[in-house]
Each structure stands twice: as C-alpha cells, then as structure tokens.
Design a binder for this molecule. Structure first.
Ligand code: ATP
Length: 238
C-alpha cells in the first residue's frame, strides 16, 4: 500500500481547471519528484495534498485514510507536512523559536534531541540559533523551513521548489540534504524546477504538463528520456 495515493485529483480555481484528474503515488520510504514547466499545476497539486484547496472524496488518501474535508493542520498532525514555496519562516522570530513552532503540537521528551538533530543536519542554523529568521540568507531560511518541518516528525515531507531563488551551490546542497533526510526514513514528495538535480536524486518521478501527468517512471529512466531531455533539461533533440 502506498503512503500517499492520489486518484483522479482535480483542482479548480473558478472556471480554471488547474489539475485535470491526475493519479500519483508515493510509497513509504520513497523519494518522488514532480517536475514540469511554470503553471503546469505542480503547486496546485501540493496544495490539494496538504489541504489548502478542497478535493473530492477519495482523491487524496494518506496512510490508508481519506483526507477529503480534513483541514491542513490535522493532515500535518497525521504526518503529512508541507514546506511551501517561498519558505514561510517567521521573520521576527529567532531560529530556535521557529524550530519550537514546528514542535508546538508535541509534548514528548524527544523535542530536544530532535532539535539537536536538526542542528546536526544544518550546522549553520546552530551557529545562528538566536538570530532572527528575517536576517538569514535565502539558503539558510530554506534550511530553517525544512528544519521546522522536521520538528513535527513528518512521515511524508512535501516540498514546493526548495531550491528556488538559491545560488547553484546552495540549491545543490539543499537537494542533497533532502536526499539524506529521505535516507533517514522520511518519505519525500519534491516539486522542483531544477529537473536535472531532482531526477538525479529521486527514486521515481512524474512529469506534469497543463494539469496532466504526461510521463512517469524511474527517475533515472526519465533523466535519459529524449522527451524529458529536450523539454526540461535544455538539450536539443536527436
Ligand atoms: P509554478 O512553478 O509557477 O508555481 P505550477 O506548476 O506550480 O507553476 P500552479 O501554481 O499549480 O502551477 O498553477 C496552475 C495553473 O493554475 C496556472 O494556470 C495558474 O495560473 C493557475 N492558478 C494557480 N493558482 C491560482 C489561483 N489562486 N487562482 C486562479 N488561478 C490559479
């Protein structure tokens, strides 16, 4: 059984059908990426999965349960945690306080060790633990957004373009860390513009165009697929 199962998912904004009945699965332990051009419907798909836009019964199932009508905060409590595009850290709070926000629903004794683990993954955050988040660089804010999500102990971490706006080295670093997080046992669904890096790291991938899934398979196979190379990796056909 898949941890996340999407069946016939549609997302509409008034008369616009942004997602046109897609199927997608993420198995426990997998790292799956969703790639596609601007406006293809990737963010809308993630919004539907995390509960920010409504969906029909049966369209989003997680850990065996139907998520229709379940609000976003309950989905997060059930282990489906999203890191939204644009990071969304609390700019006026310190790094430590932002991490504490990620653990606010928890009352267990593991919060401190989890925070120590986040600081191990992101030593830069440990160095800046008392700094306000708004003064961090873009890459550091992205680390903090991921660290905060980890503090809620996700089963599935859904990330919307974590490398966006970062310099190439910082973008690579973030994607590598996401791969490490996946290796540590967290299932990952990654939406990325940076198709080459995402496909190099993920197990499987889906390609989205105009609200539909047009290709899917092993990430390595897609990396070698001429249609993907031409459309998303900037390589000429032939
Ligand atoms: P991007 O990489 O630019 O975020 P995307 O693949 O994530 O692109 P979406 O943001 O999901 O695509 O957008 C899919 C379509 O839905 C686009 O045509 C977009 O203009 C439209 N859309 C997205 N959000 C809204 C909204 N709140 N109201 C109306 N239309 C929207």
């Amino acid at each position: 059984m898949s941890l996340l199962e999407i069946r016939g998912l549609e997302v509409r904004y008034g008369g616009i059908r942004a997602v046109k009945g897609i199927d997608l699965e993420v198995g426990a332990g997998e790292m799956v990426c969703l790639i596609g051009a601007n406006g293809a419907g990737k963010s809308s798909t993630l919004r539907a999965i995390s509960g920010l836009v409504p969906t029909a019964p049966g369209a989003v199932r997680f850990d065996g349960g139907d998520f229709a009508g379940i609000p976003a905060f309950r989905r997060a409590r059930a282990g489906l945690v999203m890191v939204p595009e644009g990071r969304g850290v609390f700019a006026r709070l310190s790094v430590e306080e932002n991490l504490a926000m990620g653990a606010y629903v928890r009352a267990d004794a593991e919060v401190q060790p989890d925070r120590a683990r986040v600081f191990e993954i992101f030593p830069r955050l440990a160095e800046r633990s008392r700094q306000t988040a708004g003064t961090l660089s873009g890459g550091e804010q992205q680390m903090l957004a991921i660290g905060r999500a980890l503090m809620s102990r996700p089963k599935l971490l859904a990330l919307d373009e974590p490398s966006m706006g970062l310099a190439p080295i910082a973008a690579q670093k973030i994607l590598q860390v996401i791969r490490d997080i996946n290796r540590s046992g967290v299932t990952v669904l990654l939406v990325e513009q940076n198709a080459r890096s995402a496909l190099a790291l993920a197990h499987r991938a889906y390609v989205m165009e105009s609200g539909e899934i047009t290709l899917s398979g092993e990430a390595r196979a897609l990396l070698a697929d001429p249609r993907v190379r031409e459309a998303y990796l900037g390589e000429a056909a032939g």
